[in-house]
Write a protein that binds this ligand. Structure first.
Ligand code: CTP
Ligand code: MG
Length: 232
């Protein structure tokens, strides 16, 4: 059984409000994408890391990340799921239906290798796959368009979804192809798998697996990475 990785990195980071796409912004002096790919590249069991780039990307070549023979780049799509689908289509000639494909956001540099190992371990033999996440701690409120609270959501069975998300190659390809045909919008792979009638398994990961999204996340991610460096 082989493990392949896809790193969606074709977004423009609208919420970051920076001219440079957020995956190329530096944290502690290193581009976010370099840190994220570096974490996956440290796992010897990953066969190949397919990085999905925006067709207008001009920065990637300067980072020389594909000097690592496991790293290849391909063109992403207009949405995150289309980027991932393009990656699966690229892998189609290499991967078998039962292989694992691990999808990890370029914008999540703080993922811990230990958590990826746990994900693989807990999903061993699982027919579908699953994802890293963590239970929600705060009370959740539903608000209306005026931001007035209209309901309190029971958080008892609510988890936040992180990446990596890891699924059987054939199953994920079918699920995303289906989503594409129905022109649905989804923001993670698990949703596509759920829509196909499967139940992805949730695996608890450390909550410091932040997705760098807003400008203030840059500082926070830097501090998380510094703390992680002290732990090892
Ligand atoms: N992504 C992608 N292709 C797209 C859109 C997003 O590969 N068409 C990638 C992003 O580069 C990012 C990951 O998917 O690594 C998670 O998406 P998100 O955090 O939403 O990034 P952006 O879409 O770039 O940010 P925003 O939604 O604020 O514009
Ligand atoms: Mg987005």
């Amino acid at each position: 059984m082989k493990v392949w990785a896809i790193v969606p990195a074709a977004g423009i980071g609208r919420r970051m409000q920076s001219k440079t796409p957020k995956q190329y912004l530096n944290i502690n002096g290193r581009p976010i994408i370099e840190i994220s790919i570096g974490r996956l590249a440290a796992l010897p069991y990953i066969e190949r890391i397919v990085v999905m780039l925006n067709p207008e990307d001009t920065i990637w070549p300067s980072l020389r990340l594909d000097q690592n023979p496991k790293v290849v780049c391909q063109s992403g799509g207009d949405t995150r799921y289309q980027s991932v689908l393009n990656g699966l289509l690229y892998l189609q000639t290499l991967a078998s239906a039962d292989d694992w494909v691990l999808v990890h956001d370029a914008a999540r540099p703080c993922v811990r290798l230990k958590d990826i190992d746990t994900l693989l371990h807990e999903l061993e033999g699982h027919p579908v796959g699953g994802l890293l996440g963590s239970p929600v701690d705060n009370t959740l409120k539903r608000v209306d368009s005026r931001r007035e609270v209209i309901a309190t959501v029971d958080r008892g069975d609510i988890w936040q979804a992180f990446t990596p998300q890891m699924f059987r190659f054939g199953l994920l390809l079918d699920a995303l192809t289906h989503v594409d045909r129905r022109s649905k919008t989804i923001t993670d792979e698990a949703t596509a798998v759920e829509l196909s009638g499967h139940k992805p398994r949730m695996v608890e990961g450390n909550r410091d697996n932040l997705k760098v999204t807003q400008p203030t996340d840059l500082e926070l991610a830097g501090q998380i990475l510094n703390l992680q460096a002290l732990e090892t």
